[in-house]
Design a protein around this ligand. Structure first.
Ligand SMILES: [Zn+2]
Length: 62
């Protein structure tokens, strides 16, 4: 019996790499969870390192 049809073709797990991730990129804005103040995110500086100029709470990325 000729072996050609059966279970197990090599394909299946090839879609894992994507060019650009969308959704998990760096935040564009930092926001204060305390008072709602927002400031533009500075590249290279995590929002958590920035303190809100109004209330002093650490900012969070958006
Ligand atoms: Zn604040």
């Amino acid at each position: 019996m000729p072996a050609g049809q059966g279970s197990g073709s090599g394909r299946g797990s090839g879609m894992g790499r994507g060019g650009q991730r969308q959704g998990m990129g760096p935040p564009k804005e930092c926001k204060c969870p305390g008072c709602g103040y927002t400031s533009p995110h500075q590249p290279g500086q995590p929002c958590a390192n920035q303190a809100c100029p109004k209330c002093g709470t650490n900012m969070v990325g958006m």
